[in-house]
Design a protein around this ligand. Structure first.
Ligand code: ADP
Ligand code: MG
Length: 312
């Protein structure tokens, strides 16, 4: 915990320096506090990519289902979407889509493959970057390796949206992603254990971060209905505001819906096989809200990964 907190603090310092503590200043980040943008060959286009992380305190609350199905909903709005599987322990985006990619991020880090070679198009109009436990190697990369990796990731800037499905809990890796994203979605269910763990991760973010600068959003999954979800959300947003001085936006909820486990068993997203089920309609609603609420120009993928992997 100590280490992680220190690492996060460092990321936050960089982030604050880069943005001047003001989200509207983020546009200039791609020119970089570290001045490295010019070296990476990053194009103008690379600044428009919106990066959304999906995380939770507790595992099994629905992150991967949300990531994949949200991606589909964004694709239906005409966006180019990439889902990146950054769950170190349980990389399973590909399983949910019934795909067995030959290569994953590990091969990119090891320079055996380019990111374009590992990017897999699905049958559903979205692309995925498969994850691997080797992702943790990022922490041990040399400066040169890191630079090369960042240049590789810059090539994902063709995407309008990158959704990063992270692992649960407070690993430094997850925090890196949250800290650097345009929107960080925290997923919980109405279960007290999930709520407590979600609160735990929010607290860690709040401890080190200027809350104004992060688009922290809450999704309540597996709710019996709007009223139950709203009461969970109210409790959490109140506590976050009162004790952590952190603005947590309630993005919405997803019904507990048998179509979800059924679709997981079929290895097809519920948005595809049950587009009118309760869960699908909720996802659609969430995504429409996110699309409308896009008030701030995203920092862009180059800026994000530079922040993430810069170590001083
Ligand atoms: N809205 C929902 N309704 C019913 N079951 C759900 C719902 N969301 C998730 N689940 C169940 O929870 C399991 C875990 O979901 P998953 O997305 O893999 O969670 P995580 O990525 O957070 O570990 C799913 O396989 C499914 O059975
Ligand atoms: Mg998952």
């Amino acid at each position: 915990m100590e280490d992680q907190a220190e690492k996060l603090r460092e990321i936050m310092r960089q982030k604050k320096n880069a943005s001047g503590g003001d989200r509207t200043g983020r546009k200039s980040q791609s020119a970089g506090a570290d001045g490295r943008a010019e070296n990476s060959g990053m194009s103008r286009d690379s600044r428009k990519t919106r990066i959304i992380t999906v995380t939770s305190g507790k595992g099994g609350v629905g992150k991967t289902n949300l990531s994949v199905n949200m991606a589909l909903a964004f694709a239906r709005l005409g966006k180019k979407v990439v889902v990146m599987d950054a769950d170190l322990g349980l990389a399973n985006v590909n399983v949910m889509l019934n795909m067995i990619p030959k290569y994953n991020l590990y091969h990119v880090i090891k320079k055996q493959k380019s990111i374009h070679e590992i990017l897999v198009e699905t049958d559903y109009g979205i692309s995925i970057v498969a994850g691997a436990s080797g992702f943790s190697q990022i922490a041990n990369m040399s400066e040169q390796e890191r630079q090369d990796f960042i240049s590789e990731l810059d090539t994902l800037s063709f995407a309008d949206i990158i959704i990063i499905d992270t692992g649960a809990g407070v690993s430094s890796n997850v925090l890196d992603f949250i800290a650097a994203a345009d929107d960080a979605i925290i997923v919980t269910t109405p279960e007290p254990t999930a709520i407590t763990d979600a609160y735990g991760i929010i607290k860690i973010i709040a401890m080190e971060y200027d809350p104004v600068n992060i688009g922290l959003k809450l999704v309540v999954n597996r709710a019996k209905g709007a009223a139950e979800a709203k009461s969970v959300a109210d409790r959490m947003t109140n506590i976050a505001g009162q004790f952590l001085n952190l603005k947590l936006d309630y993005l919405g909820f997803i019904y507990d819906d048998q179509s979800v486990p059924a679709s997981v068993r079929q290895q097809k997203p519920f948005m595809v096989i049950e587009p009118k089920c309760k869960a699908s309609l909720c996802i659609q609603h969430l995504v429409e809200r996110m699309d409308k609420n896009r008030l701030v120009e995203p920092a862009g993928i180059g800026a994000m990964f530079k922040k993430m992997f810069k170590r001083t």
